[in-house]
Design a protein around this ligand. Structure first.
Ligand SMILES: [Ca+2]
Ligand SMILES: [Ca+2]
Ligand SMILES: [Ca+2]
Length: 188
């Protein structure tokens, strides 16, 4: 599926957020570092259940990336591999958010749970801020959160979260709120 320039820039942005080591590819080390940063910021002990749960979600993401995105099997995901991977997911869904593959809906909920750091069932501003900080993302957190929190009730519910992640991954609309998930998208 041909992605729009905006869609490619969004995936490039997400790639940048995931590439914590900043070496231009995503490898397990990036995801593991995210877990360590988050554990430090959150005060999680080595054997804390929160740490285990987050680590489990990152392992799940890594399994998916290595099996479905790492086309040359070199154990790392290049930006091109990442974008091609998403183009294929979107093609599978026919570009229609009502027909996303089941595993993709599951992945979104895994991402939602990863962001709900205090486990109260919604993503609050503090969950979001801590997640971004652990990934070295420096943006105006309040401004972004306000755009994501569509109904302005101060939290992102599961239902809102689903729509936001679908916006981010599928929408070619420059005005879609979910585009702001990882901060402003670079101009083309
Ligand atoms: Ca990396
Ligand atoms: Ca690769
Ligand atoms: Ca929460």
């Amino acid at each position: 599926m041909k992605l729009s320039s905006l869609q490619v820039r969004k995936f490039a942005r997400e790639f940048q957020v995931l590439d914590l080591t900043g070496n231009g590819t995503i490898e397990w080390e990036d995801l593991a570092r995210g877990v360590e940063n988050l554990a430090r910021l959150s005060g999680w002990a080595e054997d804390a259940p929160e740490r285990e749960a987050f680590l489990g979600r990152r392992r799940e993401l890594w399994r998916l990336l290595t099996s479905a995105a790492d086309r040359n099997h070199d154990g790392r995901i290049s930006l091109e591999e990442y974008v091609v991977f998403w183009a294929r997911v979107l093609a599978q869904a026919g570009g229609d958010r009502a027909h996303v593959p089941k595993w993709f809906g599951h992945l979104i909920m895994t991402c939602f749970d990863a962001l709900d750091l205090d486990k109260n069932g919604v993503i609050g501003r503090d969950d979001y801020a801590r997640f971004l900080k652990a990934h070295g993302v420096q943006i105006d957190v309040d401004a972004c959160f306000a755009r994501l929190d569509h109904n302005g009730d101060g939290v992102i519910s599961r239902k809102e979260g689903l729509e936001l992640f679908l916006d981010f991954t599928m929408s070619a609309d420059p005005a879609a709120p979910g585009n702001w998930l990882w901060g402003p998208i670079q101009e083309s």
